[in-house]
Design a protein around this ligand. Structure first.
Ligand code: PLP
Length: 391
């Protein structure tokens, strides 16, 4: 980008530092737009946090005591979406630890979904009949405090899941013709280099029975600079879908929208996944604005997750009735495409279970009684039904 300021032609590197969010981070606009700069300059510790945020005493204490737990990791871009002085900022709660993170509540686990138990080979979870979850890296651009894989990510080195492990997983998939769908996740697969991702997707695509491949990633929201046209070309080449993690309408910045245009124009379908979190997105207007905003970016809302019960997540979890209330407030009130499925991933490896507000009120003779989105009761003549039928 080149901009004309006061008749002088100024390139990005010379742009006055007061002209963008990058100013506070001492970056030029060109550096800010470079995803490798964003990764290299992640906020990783107390000193880094204090450079940008006004921390509360509690936040300061927790970060100092985090030890071997899930580390802090925030890209400068994502940090710039957070109000540095507001401890109740919704995005802040998802990336800066709070005291409650050190507490373990009832019903909380290290591996709530029993993924380690269902691992066919290290890094490959084969739980459902026709599809697998393939964890290809333990590295993320940003560490979410509610991460369901806090036990795996952010610790040893950059790429904990080695190429040897990738090979074992790929061999397993090749040997199981029932696997037609591979979900690539981690860690965050989009932190891998383009050529590594190209090789990995190519290896999966070379397996004749693998007909559907998707990449799960939070990178589009926390480092949209990473989703370059070159990366989009790699995804399209392998006919992969992009399943992106979106938490709050404030994430839908001009950078995010430009990223979504690159992906959609590049021919890669997108869906979104959102974790329902207390004080972040558990108000209907916030969730509605996020879902509608995603649609304007050509992203189809796919799932809203009940927050998994990992250790130290109680302060972020809502009740299930809150989730049902949000679904009731969306269905019928807005575009059907903006209404995702609300799911609980059952602790112990039961898989995703969709929860819906009850629409069938009961039966009256040959009619079933249904509740509509406004709470009105409607009859549907349904004589063939065996619901409540007596012989
Ligand atoms: C979520 C998940 C999948 C994909 O499930 P879909 O409902 O098809 O999106 C596959 N395997 C595991 C272990 C999962 O957790």
């Amino acid at each position: 980008m080149v901009e004309v300021i006061d008749t002088l032609v100024v390139t990005d590197d010379e742009r006055p530092p007061s002209s963008g969010p990058w100013a506070a981070y001492g970056a030029s606009a060109a550096q800010w737009d470079d995803w490798k700069w964003q990764l290299r300059n992640r906020i990783r510790d107390l000193a880094g946090l204090e450079r940008v945020f006004t921390l509360t005493d509690a936040e300061r204490e927790v970060v100092a005591r985090i030890g071997g737990r899930l580390p802090v990791g925030i890209t400068p871009y994502y940090a710039s979406l957070i109000d540095p002085t507001d401890p109740d900022d919704p995005i802040r709660k998802t990336v800066i630890p709070l005291a409650s993170e050190l507490l373990v509540g009832p019903g909380e686990y290290v591996d709530p979904l029993g993924e380690d138990h269902d691992s066919a080979v290290p890094g490959l979870v084969h739980r459902y009949p026709d599809r697998v979850l393939f964890l290809v890296t333990n590295f993320c651009a940003v560490y979410c405090r509610y991460c369901t894989r806090a036990r795996l990510v952010g610790h040893t080195g950059e790429f904990h899941f080695s190429l040897t492990q990738h090979k074992a997983a790929i061999d397993y998939i090749a040997a199981h013709p029932e696997i037609r769908d591979v979900l690539i996740s981690g860690g965050d697969p989009l932190t891998m280099a383009d050529d590594k991702l190209d090789q990995l997707l190519g290896a999966l695509r070379a397996i004749p029975h693998v007909e559907f491949v998707r990449v799960g990633s939070k990178v589009p929201a926390v480092m949209p600079q990473r989703v370059t046209t070159e990366l989009v070309r790699v995804l399209r080449k392998h006919r992969a879908w992009l399943s992106l993690h979106a938490m709050h309408p404030r994430e839908l910045t001009p950078e995010f929208r430009a990223m979504a245009d690159r992906v959609a124009d590049g021919g890669v379908p997108m869906g979104s996944q959102t974790v329902l979190l207390e004080g972040v997105n558990d108000e209907l207007p916030v969730m509605k604005s996020l879902m509608q905003g995603l649609l304007t970016c050509r992203i189809r809302p796919y799932y809203i997750y009940q927050c998994d019960p990992i250790h130290g997540s109680a302060h972020l979890r809502t009740t299930v009735s809150k989730g049902l209330e949000i679904i009731s407030g969306l269905r019928g009130h807005t575009t059907g495409y903006a209404v995702p499925a609300y799911v609980v991933d059952a602790p112990g490896g039961g898989g995703k279970i969709q929860l819906l507000p009850d629409a069938i009120i009961g039966r009256d003779g040959d009619d079933i009684l249904l509740r509509n989105f406004e709470g009105g009761t409607y009859r549907y003549h349904d004589p063939e039904s065996t619901v409540g039928m007596t012989l």
